[in-house]
Design a binder for this molecule. Structure first.
Ligand SMILES: Cc1ncc(COP(=O)(O)O)c(C=O)c1O
Length: 418
């Protein structure tokens, strides 16, 4: 058989490293995976989805839920998500539901957004560390990824971002900066959140250097706070971003049901939003109408809020179990550093400097041999800023017992290296 002549995109595609890691986990049922970014399966909202599906299907006036929907998504769902964001951002003036589009997870929104903005060779600015699937997307699209300064001090963030932009300016590549990507609430992978002052420092640094690229704020974990919401408003409500095209990504997958795959984007910039919508039209002409209808209904009945409330306390407990198990294993005494998260699904660990936890390292192999899998933190960093002594541990899908087993195996692998 002849091989197809692939597009430049087709030629760039290779299996993501994470796929190999996941395959390893699946091939070995005894392996405890602290790598998968999955949510907790036993607590998925089976009853709420069952009841809602039945209710929709029992009502003859609602048969349309099994019909194609519109490209932009169900108006009721768009309105419900716009209203939720209005409340989260403590706004008096409500967000306009017209600016919200429903997508097949926020992942689709991300890919559509990048595809409408970037050509191969263009530059995107990301935090370090960042969501590794974004890095894979950027690679597939042939983009150059540059890291924003790794600091949470607004003044330093401002100064160092200006230095980065001046460097791009000096090299004549500033015009190629096509997007800035932020994961600013209980981030994957670091669990860190951005204050308004940090976001504003970034906006000011860009504006100072006459650089106004689109800003993409990914808020996938915003609802998964453990005790209280992160107080910072989104970029859509911050005056410092008024002159930037802004895109805010939300999802109902992590806080409700990953398998329904309902995400959303909020884009006040009409032209950009329309382009994203046209591309979505080419791709799928609308997200599954039935799963949208289910999410729309559970948002209105309160079942969604009940579920997310339950998940908040579940993930708080799981985070605590893993955190404590690592402390009990003595990792803190041996120079490992990490923060107990306040939301999200991850623990971000830094080993003593100089230690190598990359996918090719003896430590990674030793951990697999001991029966535990983790995401090497270097996979979450662009090539200009790789810290090989970092590790992402996820606790979303792993049972409490296995979190303790996983922590023990992880520490055992470490002790054998030290
Ligand atoms: C930071 C971040 N953004 C976006 C996504 C995509 O999520 P979904 O497509 O389920 O909304 C994920 C999934 O893990 C994520 O961690």
């Amino acid at each position: 058989m002849h091989n197809p002549h692939y597009s430049s995109l087709g030629n760039r595609l290779t299996a993501p490293v994470i796929t190999r890691l996941m395959k390893q986990a699946l091939e070995n049922p005894d392996l405890v995976s602290l790598a998968a970014g999955f949510t907790d399966t036993p607590s998925l909202p089976v009853e709420a989805v069952q009841k809602t599906a039945q209710k929709l299907l029992d009502d003859p006036s609602k048969t349309e839920v099994l019909q194609y929907g519109t490209n932009a998504g169900r108006p009721g769902l768009r309105k419900a998500l716009a209203d939720r964001l209005t409340r989260s951002d403590h706004r008096e003036a409500p967000y306009d539901a017209e600016e919200v589009l429903i997508t097949n997870g926020s992942q689709q929104a991300l890919f559509l957004a990048l595809s409408t903005l970037c050509d191969p060779g263009d530059i995107v600015l990301v935090e370090s560390p960042t969501y590794f699937v974004f890095l894979e997307n950027a690679r597939a699209l042939g983009l150059e990824v540059r890291s924003l300064p790794d600091t949470d001090d607004p003044e330093q963030l401002f100064q160092q971002t200006v230095t980065l932009l001046e460097d791009l300016q000096a090299k004549g590549t500033m015009a190629r900066v096509k997007a800035v990507y932020l994961v600013s609430y209980f981030s994957n992978p670091s669990s860190a959140s951005r204050s308004e002052a940090e976001k504003e420092a970034l906006a000011k640094a860009l504006a100072n250097c006459h650089c106004h690229p689109p800003i993409i704020e990914d808020a996938a974990y915003r609802d998964l706070y453990y005790q209280k919401p992160w107080p910072a408003r989104s970029i859509l409500s911050l005056e410092a971003f008024a002159s930037f095209p802004c895109l805010y990504l939300g999802t109902t997958t992590k806080p409700f049901a990953t398998g329904l795959k309902i995400g959303s984007l909020h884009c006040p910039h009409q032209e950009w939003r329309e382009k994203i919508l046209h591309l979505k039209g080419n791709e799928d002409f609308g997200t599954a109408n039935f799963t949208q209808a289910i999410v729309e209904e559970v948002l209105s009945t309160g079942a969604y809020d009940g579920q997310v409330e339950k998940l908040r306390s579940l993930y708080r407990k799981k985070a605590e179990i893993l955190h404590q198990a690592l402390i009990d294993e003595g990792l803190r005494h041996e120079g490992w550093r990490w923060e107990g998260p306040k939301g999200g699904l991850y623990l971000w660990l830094e080993a003593p400097s100089g230690f190598d936890a990359s996918p090719e390292s003896p430590f990674f192999q030793k951990a697999v041999d001991e029966g535990v899998l983790f995401v090497p933190g270097s996979l979450c960093m662009a090539s200009d800023h790789r810290k090989h002594n970092t590790v992402r541990l996820s606790f979303g899908s792993t049972s409490p017992e296995n979190l303790e087993v996983g922590a023990r195996r992880f520490a055992k692998a470490w002790r054998q290296m030290a």
